[in-house]
Design a protein around this ligand. Structure first.
Ligand SMILES: Cc1cc2nc3c(=O)[nH]c(=O)nc-3n(C[C@H](O)[C@H](O)[C@H](O)COP(=O)(O)O)c2cc1C
Length: 222
């Protein structure tokens, strides 16, 4: 759609007209480095009647390469013509970076993508850090409880088989289970589990036997 702006705007206008709920748009800076059109596009989208705009600070051609460029996100936010909330997105990986970018670019909100995969507690950490300037202590068992809740919610939303397929990627990425000595077989079993019962039994074992000894296990690798 970033290669056909008139069509993008026409579709947006029609969607806004057709539904009763607020319509928001998420897009990138533009198609490629020669077409970083977001400042003008943001105005045009606002004129279509959208209620908020999220901007990922990369171009489409960049895919996920390079660092997200937030300067244009800041430019959109500081454009006096813009009145709708602007949500910045791209490469926010820690509560510290969130606060830094929030303050520097003055955005109304920040969207966090990849850093939350396998670490859903990052939102509590970020909210707490934003409010207090301090990192909250989130225990391993609280983190495990959140991962278990994600499994259940994923199954409830889709179905058991596909819900587990979906959430296994999150479990594979979780920092909670990184760097544990001799964890390979457990990890493979976890990532091959096909039913909720199987997966929960493995997580039970991780929680009762592996996580409490994680620090001892880690020192053995030294
Ligand atoms: C697995 C995956 C799926 C995604 N799916 C969508 C999507 O459906 N719609 C969308 O606008 N962005 C999608 N994105 C992009 C993210 O929302 C986000 O813009 C991008 O990852 C940059 O933010 P981050 O650095 O916080 O991850 C996806 C990203 C990943 C890694």
């Amino acid at each position: 759609m970033l290669r056909n702006i008139p069509l993008l705007l026409a579709i947006t206008r029609e969607v806004v007209k057709a539904v009763k709920v607020p319509v928001t748009v998420k897009t990138r800076l533009g198609w490629d480095c020669n077409n970083k059109i977001i400042v003008e596009l943001a105005e045009q989208l606002q004129d279509c009647g959208i209620s908020a705009l999220t901007i990922h600070g990369r171009t489409r051609s960049q895919m996920y390469n390079g660092e997200a460029d937030w300067t244009l996100i800041g430019e959109v936010k500081n454009n006096p013509r813009m009145t709708i909330p602007i949500i910045g997105n791209g490469d926010i990986t820690t509560p510290q970076k969130l606060v830094e970018y929030y303050d520097r670019y003055g955005v109304d909100g920040i969207m966090v993508g990849r850093a939350s995969i396998g670490a859903p507690w990052i939102f509590s950490e970020m909210k707490h850090y934003l409010a207090t300037g301090e990192m909250p202590v989130i225990t391993d068992s609280e983190k495990m409880a959140l991962l278990r809740r994600q499994i259940d919610e994923s199954i409830d939303r889709i179905d058991e088989y596909r819900g587990i397929l979906h959430i296994r990627r999150h479990l594979a990425a979780t920092p909670l289970l990184k760097g544990i000595y001799n964890f390979r077989d457990t990890r493979i079993a976890m990532l091959q589990a096909n039913t909720r019962d199987e997966l929960v039994a493995i997580l039970d074992r991780i929680e009762s036997d592996i996580l409490p000894n994680r620090d001892n296990l880690k020192t053995k690798t030294v």
